[in-house]
Ligand binder design. Structure first.
Ligand SMILES: NC(=O)c1ccc[n+]([C@@H]2O[C@H](COP(=O)([O-])OP(=O)(O)OC[C@H]3O[C@@H](n4cnc5c(N)ncnc54)[C@H](O)[C@@H]3O)[C@@H](O)[C@H]2O)c1
Length: 253
């Protein structure tokens, strides 16, 4: 396969950064956008040759120019990783501020749609276009007190399956990844939110999380990145329209 040209959204930190590192190790040309300028600088220092752009994905008008910049910098786009996603508050539905609901939908669904819409012409021009959408275990189960997040992550499954059908004839494969608890700052925040709401200690909340997954550890971001690399490679050439879990066999959220 020729050198892949990869656009990763919100990839300065966490899972997106791990995906950038993995694709870089495979020799890909990569463009990462994020709102976190310092995070992008840190990543670029680790990955020579990485192209980056500061972009606030909640600003719809910023998205088209960002995708154009990615395509012109890379000379096209073969792989789009829609990694951007925010968690929102941990509160019961009737207490959720509608502005928080909007913020989650703006990033997790609207921005994903806008980036994808702009990238599709480039993916069609690619010999092997690939879209990877970052859903979550919250796109497989209900998730009490996280209604905006769960709704958006289930939405991405419909988005994935529909695009797979629309774009398959163009040789573009579209899949969703559904990570479970991934080690990192975000998981720490989720656990803290649960502890606060339940009045339990952080340690108890973390221990409880292990009781409803088969493998008794949190997912390493590199494992999500490995799956993304597999899906984008020729080895994944017959996989499309799928919702693929990487969650240590979670039985609930
Ligand atoms: N961490 C987990 O346990 C977990 C589990 C399942 C799914 N996910 C999903 O994986 C994806 C990445 O999660 P993560 O844990 O790496 O998150 P993270 O919080 O570590 O990183 C998210 C990135 O998004 C960027 N970002 C936030 N708002 C932005 C905006 N408006 N515009 C541009 N960039 C913005 C941040 O600067 C950050 O670099 C998300 O879609 C998340 O929902 C994470």
């Amino acid at each position: 396969m020729a050198q892949q040209r990869v656009l990763i959204t919100a990839g300065a930190n966490g899972i997106g950064a791990a995906i950038a590192e993995r694709f870089a190790a495979d020799g890909a040309a990569i463009f990462v956008c994020d709102v976190d300028a310092e995070g992008l600088e840190r990543l670029a220092a680790r990955l020579p040759g990485l192209a980056t752009q500061v972009c606030d994905l909640s600003r719809r008008e910023a998205i088209g120019p960002m995708v154009e910049a990615a395509a012109s910098t890379l000379g096209g786009i073969d792989v789009l990783v829609n990694n951007a996603g925010v968690g929102g508050a941990t509160v019961p539905a009737h207490e959720l501020d509608p502005a928080d609901w909007d913020r989650v939908m703006d990033i997790n669904l609207d921005a994903t749609f806008m980036v994808t819409r702009a990238a599709i012409p480039y993916l069609k021009a690619s010999p092997a276009g690939v879209i990877i959408n970052m859903s979550s275990v919250a796109g497989r189960f209900g998730y009490p007190n996280r209604i905006a997040y769960a709704t958006s992550k289930w939405g991405l499954i419909g988005f994935t399956k529909t695009l797979s059908m629309e774009l398959g004839a163009d040789g573009i494969r579209v899949n969703a990844l559904l990570p479970g608890g991934v080690d990192g700052e975000r998981l720490q925040r989720v656990m803290e939110g649960r502890a606060q709401l339940s009045g339990q200690s952080l340690e108890t909340v973390r221990e409880e999380a292990m009781t409803y997954q088969s493998l008794k550890y949190f997912v390493n971001p590199r494992h999500v990145a490995d799956m993304a690399a597999f899906l984008a490679s020729d080895s994944g050439r017959s996989i499309s329209g799928q919702a693929l879990s990487i969650d240590n066999d979670m039985q609930r959220t």
